[in-house]
Write a protein that binds this ligand. Structure first.
Ligand code: TYD
Ligand code: MG
Length: 464
């Protein structure tokens, strides 16, 4: 018992960046390495539980069959395909969503445009901003050409007042921009702290369920990709979407990382224009549009993002390093994956990168999670190192295992069709278990990375 009391007293310091619990305050969070992010966090019910549950029984819970008698929840389309697909086929009634992204990436723009579309399709929509004044949002609406849309607007941070308003107005959809600015007056800490964000998100999610109102919350994200403070919010809501993109690029990608009502990892592609976000219906063409002449280090990867095939260019640059510890710099791909591929090239194919700086980039600000990028990355690296360009009309994909063997990947046929559609005439892929053929596309199968390197860079390849 004494131990239980101690346990309950612990874990009251929480990191504002990653949500990790600590038993005492310290300057740096040892979970995410953020500085000055740890705060004392008062749990909602303070103090230890008085009695174990064993002694006191509650009421019986009603059990039901696996087969539901309820019809599936109604959905509303926005009419923006790129958004509806990411939602899993439109917005589900009474669902709670979180839209995360870097500050300035375009979350408010996206949601104001979505609000107007949903309103046009018959939903009653309320947009609450805790970050901007009504005037600022009206200016944005003007720029987006949405001033005639029937979306109702308020600038407010007091959650109690917001819930009272929503209860009275009974909209179909409420947008809360952002969850970090919300202030629940029953929680004794500053807006933006983990406890506030957690309490506000919890209130809003419960409110959505009990009142049949869909709620979309905006959340700002920290550098490491976690939504500031409330990783916990991700667990509460039905759907988590991230809005990504590079500052200097106009492309924006909306990605579902969790969806109780549809597939995760689905993406929608947008372009930020002077008049807001425009849908990109053919992203492959856009991502390849800047591709110049055949160049060493440049490879076209035939990827799959969610359910849709997408081609993009992977670029590598390899240069002698002036540093004792050569640089490994990656944009748009996982750094750990690069390390693995370099190790396989070195130990299985005799292509060392010691003393060389390595830069790897996905053109256009795209982020790739598909393991099939391995072979394209390896090809770009060796091509850059050997200063030998690959055929300009070929796409490449395949997963590399630590042994250096190549593994076939999912949706080979869709990748090939997309390549063919964009004018490519050949593809380099791992040996397939099943025969695939796409008219107009010649396939070159390779079994392992060493053979691929030897065949492709043959005589100018590195000596063993
Ligand atoms: P915003 O939606 O405010 O970002 P967030 O809510 O994620 O912080 O968008 C910010 C950027 O988008 C801003 O730098 C200006 C740019 N922008 C355009 O390029 N075109 C537009 O039509 C609008 C409204 C914004
Ligand atoms: Mg904003």
């Amino acid at each position: 018992m004494g131990q239980n009391v101690n346990m309950a007293k612990q874990n009251i310091f929480t990191c504002n960046e990653c949500g990790a619990s600590h038993t005492k305050w310290s300057g740096q969070c040892d979970a995410c390495n953020a500085w000055n992010s740890i705060q004392e966090d008062k749990p909602l019910g303070t103090g230890p539980a008085k009695k174990s549950l064993g002694g006191m029984r509650g009421k019986r819970v009603i059990l039901t069959d696996l087969a539901s008698k309820e019809p599936p929840p109604p959905r509303t389309m926005s009419g923006v395909d790129e958004l509806d697909r990411v939602l899993g086929g439109g917005l589900v009634k009474a669902s709670a969503l979180l839209v995360g992204g870097d500050p300035g990436i375009g979350k408010s723009t996206l949601l104001l445009q979505a609000a107007a579309r949903f309103a046009r399709n018959g939903l009653k929509v309320i947009y609450i901003s805790g970050e901007e004044s009504a005037g600022q949002i009206q200016m944005r609406a003007e720029r987006l050409g949405l001033t005639k849309s029937p979306v109702r607007l308020a600038s407010e941070t007091n959650l109690r007042d917001i819930l009272t308003t929503l209860e009275a107005e009974k909209p179909d959809l409420a947008i809360i921009d952002s969850i970090q600015t919300m202030w629940a007056d029953n929680v004794d800490s500053a807006p933006g702290s983990v406890s506030q964000v957690r309490a506000s998100a919890h209130e809003l999610t419960t409110f959505a369920k009990t009142n049949g109102i869909s709620v979309i919350m905006v959340g700002h994200v920290t550098k490491d990709g976690s939504i500031a403070g409330p990783r916990v919010v991700e667990h509460m809501v039905d759907t988590v979407l991230y809005f990504e993109g590079e500052r200097g690029h106009q492309f924006r990608i909306l990605r579902s990382v969790k969806n109780r009502f549809g597939p995760a990892d689905e993406i929608g592609v947008f372009e930020m224009t002077g008049k807001g976000l425009a849908e990109v219906k053919n992203p492959s063409a856009l991502f390849l549009s800047d591709r110049g002449k055949p160049a060493p280090g440049s490879v076209v990867f035939a990827g799959i993002e969610g359910t849709r095939p997408m081609l993009c260019e992977i670029q590598a640059l390899v240069a002698p390093s002036p540093h004792s510890q050569p640089k490994r710099s990656v944009v748009g791909l996982d750094g750990g994956r690069l390390g693995m591929i370099l190790a396989v090239l070195e130990s299985r194919c005799g292509v060392p990168f010691t003393g060389l700086d390595v830069y790897l980039n996905v053109a256009g600000g795209m982020k790739i999670n598909d393991p099939a990028a391995d072979l394209a990355v390896a090809a770009a690296l060796v091509s850059a190192r050997e200063d030998a360009a690959l055929p300009h009309d070929a796409v490449i994909f395949g997963e590399i295992s630590l042994s250096g063997a190549l593994r076939p990947v999912v949706q080979t046929e869709n990748r090939l069709k997309e390549a063919q559609k964009l004018g490519f005439t050949s593809a380099i892929t791992p040996q397939q278990t099943k025969k695939v053929a796409v008219a107009g596309l010649s396939l070159r199968y390779t079994q392992d990375l060493a053979t691929f390197v030897a065949e492709t860079f043959g005589d100018r390849g590195p000596e063993k």
